[in-house]
Structure formats: structure tokens, C-alpha cells
Write a protein that binds this ligand. Structure first.
Ligand code: TYM
Length: 344
């Protein structure tokens, strides 16, 4: 039963880890926005989830975890996730993700796992290999299970997740080859070339909460303003009258993403290039553009916060719906493995 479809629609799957309690514009433009566009595409059947078990690699405090999960769920819904159009759920509420992860670990080698970026990055930060948390080391296996259990056609994510999807494909191929059966179709990474990697406000590295180089979406206005005002620009420009560089300048990258007033953006770029506008004005206009773009979402979030029971209900219904597909795959997997149990 190898299918990447529901009712003739291409199945799409993606997840987000609640390692913090809110999303930033890197998450939004790199992943959430493309995911929401697919939700509104009539040829796709979208499944999006909160990867709460993945957060255990870093969050070891029950109250903080719950707060993060609720925060990210509210962010997603406020940004436009429509539960009547997408199956929206929490990973831990669909039991077969972890069941499949235990199985898939047997079709990937230690050598393959050692090459994973998340693990290698941790080692570079001078954490001794002996003290690496096994949840972090195994993370890509759970992620492969998250994906393969839905037999999706495509996985919309940012560039930093490409290696994980490639591993999921390798595991699927190995499994299919071992049992001479196309149990798992190979999922396509759906990654934008232009916005798959949003640069941080330091102008150097990928925008990431742990690097402290983010622009948030739902934080207080004073916080967002500060994040924007501290943004790196053209390092060679000392005064507002010096000609500046627009290309690769993060402030202008953000203007291109956030500012709906295209004439204003063109004017700022022209004036920056010849040296007739200061950084402060460019950033001030960026802050106003941010406010315009997210005003509606911020309002929606304030309303949703008042009705957390409704949010819980949405997630429960989503988990029930997701489990139908996931459990059917798990049943098939156990059959192929030669394991008889209550599922089959
Ligand atoms: P996470 O929670 O780190 O990030 C969520 C999504 O946001 C994208 N992203 C970015 N895109 C562009 N520029 C950036 N600066 C940027 N920062 C983050 C990420 O690529 C991602 O798409 N392992 C995943 C969660 C996960 C998952 C899955 C995803 C667990 N199981 C199964 C897909 C399918 C993660 O930690 O993403």
C-alpha cells in the first residue's frame, strides 16, 4: 500500500520543534509561509505538527515545555494555519511516530548518523562526544519516522533540514530494499532556493533563537524594535552620507520580505546607495513594515489566548485524523517485519 495521496491529493507533511516559545521571521518565511500556501492549494493535503518530543533534546522542565508548545501552537494558528484545511497535531499524541522510530533505527548505520550536522555542530561547540545526549544523536531517526509514517509526497522546510530529509530517503530505500517491497515512497524536500535560509540580524549566520540573532513576530513592540535597531548593516559605511551597499545587507533583505510598500523600498535602496539616507530611517521603516505585516496575526493571537480549550480540541481532532494514516502505515510495517500484534 504505497501511496503519497489522500483522495487524489498530494500529501504534504512538516513539523516544527517547540524548543522556544515563539516563532521568528526565519521560521516564518523559510517554512511556515510556504506551508500555509500549500494548505490553500487544492491539489495538496497538508499535515503539520508540533514536534514536542524533539524538544526534549534541550528542554528538561515540564512547565517550560508546556509553555513552548502552547506558544508555538498559538503562533501557527495566528499566522493562518486553518485546521479545517490542514491536519494539525502534536507529535506525542500520535503514538506510532515513536513506534516507527524504534524500527527504523535498525536500517541506518552509526556512520550515517555520525555525519549528521546537528550532532557535528554540538561537537564543534566543545561538547565532548562522551556526553552527547542520545536523544540529540538519534534525533534524525525520529524525524525520519515523523516523515515516513505519512508517506508524504513532499516536506516543506528550510535549508537546514535538507540533510534530515535525505537521511529519511536513505532509510526508506534501505528498508524497501531489505524487504523487496515499496513500503515507503521517497519524500521530496520542498525547499525554496531564495528564502530557504534567512540570515540573522548579525548578518553572518542563519537566523536562530539559540544564536540570539532573531527578529520575532509576536514579542512586545519594544522587543521587536530593539531587534530591528540592532541589526547589522553595511560595515564599511561610517556616516549616513557614505554610499552604502544594498546587496547582502540584512536590513534590505528584510525589507524585501516584509515591506509591502515597494515604492518605499526602491526609494530607500536608491538613497542608501548614494548616501542620502541614514540607517536609523531605514530601520524605522522596517519596523513599521513589520507592524503592518503582522498586525492581524498579533490580534488573532490575543483572541486565541483567551480560548485555550478550543486550541486543545483542535489538536485532539488533528491527532485522531493523523493517527488514521500513521496507524495504517505502522500496521503495514509490522506485517512486513514479521511481527504480529494487536495492530494487525
Ligand atoms: P525547527 O523547529 O528548527 O524549524 C522549523 C522550520 O523553520 C525552518 N527555519 C528556517 N528557515 C529559513 N531560515 C531560517 N533562518 C530558519 N530557521 C528555521 C526550518 O528549516 C524548519 O523547516 N527538525 C525540525 C522539526 C521536525 C520536522 C520533522 C520537520 C521534526 N520532525 C518532520 C519536517 C518533517 C526542526 O527542528 O525545525
Amino acid at each position: 500500500m504505497s501511496t503519497q495521496q489522500t483522495n487524489n491529493k498530494k500529501r504534504i507533511l512538516s513539523g516544527i520543534t517547540p524548543s522556544g516559545n515563539s516563532l521568528h521571521i526565519g521560521n516564518y518565511f523559510g517554512a511556515v509561509k510556504p506551508q500555509l500556501e500549500l494548505q490553500n492549494d487544492l491539489t495538496t493535503d497538508t499535515h503539520y505538527f508540533i514536534a514536542d518530543l524533539h524538544a526534549l533534546t534541550t528542554v528538561h522542565d515540564a512547565a517550560a515545555l508546556e509553555k513552548n508548545i502552547t506558544g508555538v501552537v498559538l503562533d501557527y494558528l495566528s499566522l493562518g494555519l486553518d485546521p479545517s484545511n490542514s491536519v494539525f497535531f502534536r507529535q506525542s499524541q500520535v503514538m506510532s511516530h515513536t513506534q516507527l522510530a524504534v524500527v527504523l533505527a535498525n536500517y541506518v548505520s552509526f556512520g550515517q548518523m555520525k555525519r549528521m550536522h546537528a550532532f557535528k555542530d554540538k561537537l564543534q561547540k566543545n561538547v565532548g562526544v562522551e556526553s552527547i545526549n542520545m536523544g540529540l544523536f538519534n534525533y534524525p531517526i525520529l524525524m525520519a519516522a515523523d516523515i515516513l509514517i505519512y508517506k508524504p509526497f513532499g516536506v516543506p522546510v528550510g535549508e537546514d533540514q535538507r540533510q534530515h530529509i535525505e537521511l529519511a530517503r536513505d532509510i526508506a530505500e534501505n528498508f524497501n530494499r531489505t524487504y523487496k517491497k515499496d513500503v515507503f515512497p521517497l519524500p521530496e524536500p520542498l525547499i525554496s532556493k531564495t528564502i530557504g535560509k534567512i540570515i540573522g540580524t548579525d548578518g553572518k549566520r542563519k537566523m536562530s533563537k539559540s544564536l540570539g540573532n532573531i527578529i520575532g513576530i509576536f514579542e512586545d513592540e519594544a522587543v521587536i524594535r530593539k531587534q530591528i535597531m540592532s541589526c547589522f548593516t553595511d560595515p564599511n559605511r561610517k556616516k549616513a552620507t557614505d554610499p552604502g551597499k544594498v546587496e547582502g545587507n540584512p536590513v534590505f533583505l528584510y525589507h524585501d520580505l516584509l515591506n509591502d510598500d515597494l515604492a518605499e523600498v526602491a526609494d530607500l535602496k536608491d538613497r542608501y546607495t548614494v548616501g542620502t539616507v541614514g540607517d536609523v530611517e531605514v530601520k524605522e521603516k522596517l519596523f513599521l513594515a513589520h507592524q503592518r505585516m503582522f498586525a492581524q496575526a498579533r490580534d488573532r493571537r490575543r483572541n486565541l489566548e483567551q480560548d485555550l480549550n478550543q486550541v486543545k480540541e483542535i489538536l485532539k481532532n488533528g491527532a485522531d485524523e493523523a493517527a488514521k494514516v500513521a496507524d495504517a502505515t505502522m500496521k503495514e510495517v509490522y506485517q512486513v517485519l514479521g511481527i504480529e500484534n494487536q495492530l494487525n
